[in-house]
Design a protein around this ligand. Sequence first.
Ligand code: ZN
Ligand code: ZN
Length: 596
Amino acid sequence: MIFRPTPSFTAVLSLCAALLSPLSHATAPAASPTQSSRADQAQNRAFDKLSHQFIEALWRTDSESALGAGRYEFADRLPAPDAAARAAQLAFAEDWLQRFHAVDTASLSTRQRTDLGLLLNKLESDRWYLTSFRAHEWDPSIYGVAGSLDLILNTEYAPKPQRLRALLKRVAAIPAYYQAAQGNLKQLSHEHAQLAIKQAPGALGVLDDIAKAAATAALTQAEKAQFKERLAAARTAIQGFVDFVSALDAQQQRDNSGRSFRIGRELYDTKFALDIASGSNAEQTYQKALSAREQLLQRMDGLADELWAKTMGSAAKPQDRTEKIGLVIDKLSAKHVAREDFFKEIRRQIPVLQDWVVKHDLIGIDPKKPLVVRETPVYARGVAGAGIQAPGPYRPQDRTYYDVTPLDGASAEAAESTLREYNHWILQILNIHEAIPGHYTQLVYANRSPSLVKSLFGNGAMVEGWAVYGERMMLESGYGDNAPEMWLMYSKWNLRSVTNTILDYSVHVLCMSEAEAIDLLTRQAFQTRQEAIEKWHRVQVSSVQLASYFSGYSEIMELREERKKALGDKFNLKAFHEQFLSYGSAPVHVIRELMQ
Ligand code: ZN
Ligand code: ZN
């Protein structure tokens, strides 16, 4: 997982292939080198100016995304999500699509061409979400005000009284916001309706936090009185929205007129193309995941045989492959750190991983930018676990943190379950994924070729794919002594990414049932029942995102094998990694074109 204060990732679609193929500025015979490079620079500057203009215009149109990106000057606004707002967004997307399509791509630098691809994809994507996906009509959970309120209250971008004055205006707009939301909703997905209802207490909680902060802040008596009044109206509006959604959902459940949470093949295919921007389509990626799964299970079968006597002693070996593998994994999971050492152990491992990648010539790491491992700040502790907290593009002065939620607050049972999951081996794989050479290393490289466009609209499948690839690459280099235990646990972890892709496609396109999904996750992928139930909830209310990990990973593996074949003896793993990361967070198939 990677947390970044940016709007949702969108990515390039097939457009970028067309943009990338004519490398005419390198081969154009007409102009002399000096003339052409002067023209290139002029064009390059013009393009950078245009994308800068676009981003600034975007923040004015879409103040919620601006907040997510760390731009707080519109913090006091909360536009109502009505038809007029959508028409304006659509016109904005059409206008900028036209402007970016008019750019002469021939003289752009590599960085600019990938930027242009990402920008076109973002706009195509926005248009499609507004006109075809239309979540505003069926997904009540998109209407949340809590996240932004929380950001403004808890980010020290300005002195507290100033932030509270922005909140005072924003809170005043909440009733109109929910009024517009109610006007949009038609045919609800029951699961998304339930999610919206479940999220409401969180929003009320943030209003309580604001009330507390306002009561003790340096505000005038009049402002404090206004706060009381507006917070009360906002509470009423949220409660009214919950009542509206509950009633509409109940009625649609009764007369069976609701909408399925499954998005279906047609929407899935396009969403996959837009969000993932893979060289393969959804169906091909699903097929790849099925065969990757079988390969993993065959390997795990062999490893379980190898480890049987060592872990299970003289117990009879079951005939069933998955049962046998499951028993060995279960036994091994007992080896884990004590709960009070969880945080300490993660902190200890980071320099060890850094030494390993340097000594084994896997990738260069900038020693001047050490990663800071810290306990997750209290306001950000929703989910247990660990993740990289990277500064947004507008706050480059901030450090990158590796946030680890300590197990202090967990019950003995919950802590034990987490510790068994993040056992001796998986904890190391987690650190590889999140930190070195995974997300953190990728971020350091991305920051070296600074691109505001890529840090705002970068490709999520490339980012997750790199972290998943990093796990495999470390084990291939001998990390973990090639121990069968390490390979078995790695395989279980990798099977999770593979299974996410299978699950997502099966549920949304092939109508997989809940019982089949739980069996796929627990019996066939060795996950706990709790984990499986949580994943089932996630796959019902999200689509395509779960497929990003395996999609990115499998494309990187294919690209590496392709480069090995093409370069023969000249292939160098470290050089491959450094070149791969040098383009920033572009889709893997675009990087592939650039590496040719
Ligand atoms: Zn990740
Ligand atoms: Zn234990």
